[in-house]
Write a protein that binds this ligand. Structure first.
Ligand code: MN
Length: 737
């Protein structure tokens, strides 16, 4: 019997090398000059693709209900994929499409590390991975991979991934703000074999139970991923039984090459060749709050993006000039960068046809070594790379949107998207009742319902978008309360003034108040943007959406309020005249940024949170007055904001119970605003002089100087262009404290 697992007596390593070489030489997947199966019998080809796709979708739907944690069940934070023997994805399920390519890297890691020899790859084996250095996004995304065999040869891999509530990191939760090194990120499984003969080993289950704070959900999700994978394996074996092995071998390669061609055609059709650029940023104010001395710094990430579209539909993408990694949880590795890119490209360019690694092969990318998007140091924390990649890829959406706009696809334009940060996180222990002594985890996935960016023809979707999951869903309060039982909701309602302004406004969103109850040892924290607008939101005169802030109250009189049935705060519609301050006795804290290190909370303490609005499109002065009346009636904007930004004067009619616009006063106000713009605005040259003076005189803020210094040191090209643009003197050096 041949020892090698691959076809024709080749090892998997050999097969992978050959595949890479064929692509390198020909530019086509497996050097396929034509799709012969598809040409010979397109119906058979499409039927077979649809059967696999259907099998994956139903594996996902079934596994979800077989056994899964609420976070997976409620909003579907899982995805399945089928891979070639060398680890390229052929077909994916619906769901969190971030993971089309992530598990591909894990399979390739196992092949390159020669798992075929040791620990061995056998029919019925089960592998587990959550290591971002092997293609994963962060430790909370946990992947189960199984090999698929036909007559002793490996014919593919099935993979499933779910997002966990807790993976045993430095604090409870899933996007861990205080993590700054690998050892803070939680339990790491680096492509580990955890089972054989379709069964997960007991020693793994025992150790996993002790490695995370929510072992029941961990175990349910392991069963969910394995169940889905086994269904996919059955579908592949049926496919081969039906169509024959030779057809299958050719089919999987043609499906990927077709994915590549489809992507290229779509780019040709939708975008104009050329160079597109965007500037995006993300800040992490940690100087005041960080526990670790080295983490006490305020940092801003530079996320410059350049996309080049060629005439033949080839696309390349580069983050050259990105600043460095940091002592924070937001460092990203290649898997995270690929994941973020993927889930967005499937939404904006490859949403209608074959979604697989063909598109991965169609895009060239550069993540500069030593930067936040490829630090080259596995011992840093990679717990929440989303912190950097969410803002960074707003640049990609804008670049693509400029192309779409230019080609006339105006409804497809996306002026950016919101920061899907974690509104609230943490956890505690039940102090009473049937669950006494058990841990609950606060990781609401309401964050998958954010306000979307406006397009060039309409307002952004309200509370209905997450860049990482095209099937966004807020979920039910009752479900979230099931597993974050220590913090019942006191309210959920619309919050005004979150939407980015514009002719078309960004999507609106809502706020909530939670109260700690029946618990002890409660940690609470949150990760979202700091003081700087995240990303590159807002387009053609539209504004970015509002930044976030934190509000919580300790040592409150809520016990008394509940006993007396008196009024308590339901939100914070007007922070200058807060309901918390008006209705509560206690220690009330407001912070002007969202990313906070954990604090401890006790029973009857309150916290407030709100989700993100979307960025806007076009000049707000051009917004239709009828739409602004509706915004006021819906509570999306307040009177002062529509006066200051849109130039609309409105009054609430107590009789009609709606807002009325004063047309004459509005006309005057708009004229005033236009006059003010003419007086206050400056030419590009004036602006350039003003900013240049700040650089030369060393007057930029410290985090900005640190950011630019890192970029200048990491990229010669970027440094050259920066110095040329600002006409800086020979030998210029930025002084950082
Ligand atoms: Mn995740």
């Amino acid at each position: 019997m041949e020892k090698s697992l691959g076809w024709n007596g080749k090892s998997l390593k050999k097969i992978l090398e050959e595949s890479e070489q064929l692509f390198e030489e020909s530019g086509q997947y497996y050097a396929l000059a034509k799709l012969s199966l598809k040409e010979e019998d397109p119906f058979r080809f499409e039927r077979n693709y649809a059967s696999l796709r259907g099998a994956l979708v139903s594996a996902r739907e079934t596994a979800l209900h077989v056994a899964a944690s609420p976070i997976v069940k409620e909003i579907g934070e899982l995805c399945f994929a089928l891979y070639t023997p060398e680890g390229d994805s052929i077909v994916v399920s619906t769901g969190i499409l971030v993971h089309v390519h992530t598990m591909s890297e894990a399979i390739k890691f196992m092949i390159r590390e020669d798992y075929e020899e040791d620990p061995g790859i056998n029919n019925g084996d089960i592998f587990l991975n959550n290591d971002p250095a092997c293609g994963n996004v962060h430790t909370t995304d946990v992947q189960t991979l199984i090999p698929i065999f036909w007559e002793g040869k490996l014919v593919g891999w099935a993979g499933g991934v779910t997002h966990q509530i807790d993976t045993g990191g430095i604090t409870p939760g899933h996007d861990l703000v205080p993590a700054m090194q690998r050892f803070d990120d939680g339990v790491y499984y680096t492509c580990r074999k955890i089972g054989s003969n379709d069964r997960i080993w007991k020693d793994h289950l025992i150790s996993a139970r002790r490695s995370v704070r929510t072992p029941m959900y961990w175990e349910l999700d392991e069963k969910c991923r394995l169940a889905g994978n086994l269904m996919i394996r059955d579908a592949v074996l049926e496919f081969i039984e039906r169509e024959g092995l030779d057809y299958y071998k050719q089919f999987i390669r043609e499906a990927i090459e077709e994915g590549r061609l489809v992507f290229q055609e779509r780019v040709k059709e939708r975008l104009i060749p050329g160079k597109y650029r965007a500037a995006a940023f993300m800040d992490m104010p940690q100087k005041e709050e960080a526990w670790q001395p080295r983490a006490r710094m305020d940092k801003i990430s530079n996320q410059p993006l350049e996309i080049i579209i060629k005439k033949d539909g080839k696309m390349s993408l580069s983050f050259d000039g990105a600043s460095g990694p940091g002592p924070n949880c937001m460092n990203a590795d290649k898997g995270a960068m690929e994941g973020g890119q993927w889930v967005l490209l499937t939404q904006i360019l490859i949403y209608a046809d074959k979604v697989n690694d063909g598109a991965y092969f169609a895009v060239e990318k550069e993540y500069p070594l030593g930067s936040w998007c490829n630090p080259g140091d596995i011992y840093l924390s990679y717990q929440a790379p989303w912190g950097n990649l969410i803002p960074a890829y707003t640049g990609m959406m804008k670049c693509i949107s400029y192309g779409l706009f230019s080609r006339g696809y105006r409804e497809e334009v996306v002026s950016g998207y919101p920061f899907t940060g974690d509104a609230i996180q943490g956890g505690g222990i039940y102090s009473d009742g049937p669950l006494m002594g058990q841990r609950w985890s606060l990781s609401t996935f309401e964050i998958s319902g954010q306000g979307f960016g406006a397009s060039a023809i309409r307002d952004g979707l309200n509370w209905g978008y997450a860049m990482w999951n095209p099937e966004s869903d807020l979920g039910d309060v009752e479900t979230w309360e099931l597993f974050q039982g220590g913090v019942p909701y006191l309210s959920r309602r619309v919050k005004p003034n979150l939407s980015g302004h514009g002719k078309y406004r960004g999507g609106a969103n809502y706020e909530g108040v939670g109260m700690v109850a029946n618990s002890r040892d409660v940690d609470f924290f949150g990760a979202r943007e700091g003081l700087v607008f995240h990303g590159a939101g807002g387009m053609h005169g539209g504004y970015p959406n509002a930044t976030g802030y934190r509000l919580y109250a300790k040592n409150t009189n809520m016990e008394e309020i509940i006993k007396n049935r008196s009024t308590y705060p339901l939100g914070d519609p007007d922070p200058t005249n807060g309901e918390f301050e008006q209705l509560l006795k206690g220690d009330i804290t407001r912070k002007p940024y969202c990313s906070i290190y954990p604090i401890t909370l006790d029973n009857y303490d309150l916290f407030y949170y709100f989700l993100s609005g979307g960025p806007g499109y076009g000049d707000p002065l051009e917004r239709e007055i009828g739409h602004i009346k509706q915004d006021l009636d819906d509570g999306f904007y307040t009177k002062n904001i529509v006066k200051n930004v849109y130039g609309v004067i409105a009054k609430y009619s107590e009789i009609k119970k709606e807002w009325e616009i004063d047309k004459i006063a509005t006309k005057e106000r708009k004229e005033d605003l236009k006059k003010e713009r003419r007086e206050k605005s400056m030419t590009f040259e004036e602006y350039w002089e003003k900013e240049k003076k700040k650089i030369i005189e060393n007057k930029l803020s410290e985090p900005v100087k640190l950011m630019f210094t890192e970029s200048l040191n990491l990229s010669n090209n970027w440094a050259k262009e920066f110095k040329k643009f600002w006409k800086l003197p020979e030998g210029f050096k930025m002084e950082v404290k």
